[in-house]
Ligand binder design. Structure first.
Ligand code: GDP
Ligand code: IMO
Ligand code: MG
Length: 467
């Protein structure tokens, strides 16, 4: 029987990592991830931390993300472009794990240029292996949502179980990635023969799928023409040509040159396809666990993970939300926090802070420190409730999160009640200057999450930060 151990030539270089787990190089990369259901204020934190890093790297999701950065009162919304773009020295990298709608990306770059932040080719690298979101993915996204909604025209059954997606084609693009035969990658946009050949095949499958249903979003399906689709996307590929590279080698080259990377999590842990409230999740690994696969950088390079949470909870789209407030208090939080989607404009569902969920997310991500945002929104409430456990249908209580939608739907929050504060805290810059009740709120979160809070947001602006 042949040996399973290959003969090793000791003179050959190996791919063994250049550092051990306690080598300083393990601090070369950091990450920011959302600990709730998205929109925690990751954009603001990433913009702040980008000042200390050489590159900001997206590894998951697509244009479903909407990350806000506010600088001196000017508001920017980023969907695909990494949030380091406002720092001249920072390179943005869109890794292989992202699904890219190149039309949206070009629009976003144009918009940034119009706002005075043009992005030169050497400041934005796009993985040639990132998958492309095509127009038929958005149609498939809408089709699934319509069939799962009771109002679906021509739907054989009434389900009322839509996921409430952003309809940006995210799920169908990741499905095609797993399906392989119907996938297009960014590198294909630079290879005319390959793209034309692939689109012939893809359009056959998509016309069968989309043509077999009635109108989608009120529009009858126009059969897809592979030739014209290919020409359109080859032109976009040509436009983005200078950006499309092998980002895995780029990132490793940067690490070996001692340059620092900041990974930008999109969406959030409770929307993670494996660790979130499945099936009401997105289609990627949004937690820090997605970093290695979505970038080609082993997790051991990531030395500091910042988990971002807002001082209460929000959720957009469907799915269980134990601390949801479908009442005046929820409306008050929505108005004060301006809780309307950055991507879709949808009103966000609002509720009290759920520390069972936050502690779970901190554990799954391996979070080292917390960024608490939107604390200013809670000024003026007589009392604040914080969920510290769940009561289950059998009467028992648990401090463990239930990362499955049907299980979580049966959980009732057990609250600890805190005294609120009246003071406007938007001008506070030092933790010691927060009102006593606000400090107690912060300390309660640290005690339950078992992680220190190192940054506190007291307003949307970059400057409105307690560090
Ligand atoms: P992201 O997706 O996690 O980047 O978050 P979004 O940008 O979608 O949503 C967060 C919203 O809260 C944005 O409108 C931010 O400008 C705003 N924001 C961030 N931090 C703070 C804060 O500390 N206080 C207030 N009032 N707003 C904040
Ligand atoms: P950021 O990065 C909030 C939600 C959608 C929907 C579900 C699936 O801004 O925090 P999808 O379009 O991804 O298939 O939708 O996930 N969702 C988000 N909610 N913030 C996000 O991103 C989100 N990305 C996806 O609302 O419920
Ligand atoms: Mg957002």
């Amino acid at each position: 029987m042949p040996s399973l151990t290959p003969d090793l030539d000791p003179s050959m270089p190996t791919n063994a990592p250049v550092m051990s787990s306690n080598h300083p190089a393990t601090k070369a990369a950091s990450a920011v991830v959302g600990l709730q259901w998205g929109d925690e204020g990751k954009g603001k934190l990433i913009d702040l931390l980008a000042a200390e890093h050489d590159a900001v790297v997206r590894y998951n999701g697509g244009a479903n993300a909407g990350h806000s950065v506010v600088i001196d009162g000017q508001r920017f919304a980023l969907h695909l472009v990494p949030c380091g773009v406002f720092h001249e020295h920072s390179i943005g990298v869109i890794g292989n794990g992202v699904v890219i709608d190149p039309v949206k990306l070009v629009e976003e770059l144009e918009e940034l240029r119009g706002q005075g932040f043009g992005v030169a080719p050497e400041r934005l690298a796009i993985s040639d292996r990132a998958h492309v979101v095509m127009p038929y993915h958005k149609a498939e996204d809408a089709l699934r949502e319509e069939v799962l909604t009771s109002s679906a025209a021509g739907s054989p059954k009434v389900y009322d179980q839509a996921i409430g997606t952003t309809r940006r084609g995210i799920g169908p693009a990741y499905s095609d990635k797993a399906n392989r035969a119907t996938a297009i990658r960014m590198g294909d946009l630079l290879r005319p023969e390959v793209l034309r050949e692939k689109l012939e095949r893809v359009c056959y499958f998509k016309n069968v799928l989309l043509g077999s249903h009635g109108p989608i979003e009120g529009q009858p399906h126009e059969p897809l023409d592979p030739a014209s689709l290919a020409e359109r996307y080859l032109a976009i590929g040509d436009h983005l040509r200078a950006h499309i590279v092998d980002t895995t080698y780029l990132l490793h080259d940067m690490l070996h040159e001692g340059r620092r990377l900041l990974f930008e999590g999109a969406n959030a842990t409770l929307l993670d396809v494996d660790h979130g409230t499945y099936p009401y999740v997105t289609s990627s690994n949004c937690s820090s666990l997605g970093i290695p696969a979505g970038s080609g950088v082993p997790g051991r390079w990531v030395g500091a993970i910042t988990g971002v949470l807002k001082a209460y909870s929000t959720r957009v789209g469907s799915g269980p939300f134990p601390t949801e407030l479908a009442d005046e208090t929820g409306d008050r939080i929505r108005e004060r926090g301006r809780e309307f989607g950055t991507t879709t404009g949808r009103p966000r569902r609002c509720g009290w802070l759920d520390l069972v969920a936050v502690r779970y997310s901190a554990m799954v991500n391996g979070v080292d420190e917390l960024g608490l945002t939107l604390l200013d929104v809670l000024s003026g409430f007589d009392e604040l409730k914080v969920c510290v456990a769940y009561r289950l249908k059998d009467g028992s209580t648990t401090e463990r999160f239930l990362p499955d939608a049907s299980a979580l739907a049966g959980a009732e929050p057990v609250y600890e009640v805190m005294t609120g504060w009246d003071e406007d805290i938007t001008a506070v810059r030092h933790r010691a200057d927060l009102p006593g009740a606000a400090r107690q709120y912060v300390e309660l979160i640290e005690a339950h999450a078992r992680v220190p809070i190192t940054t506190i947001g007291v307003g949307p602006d970059r400057a409105q930060t307690v560090r």
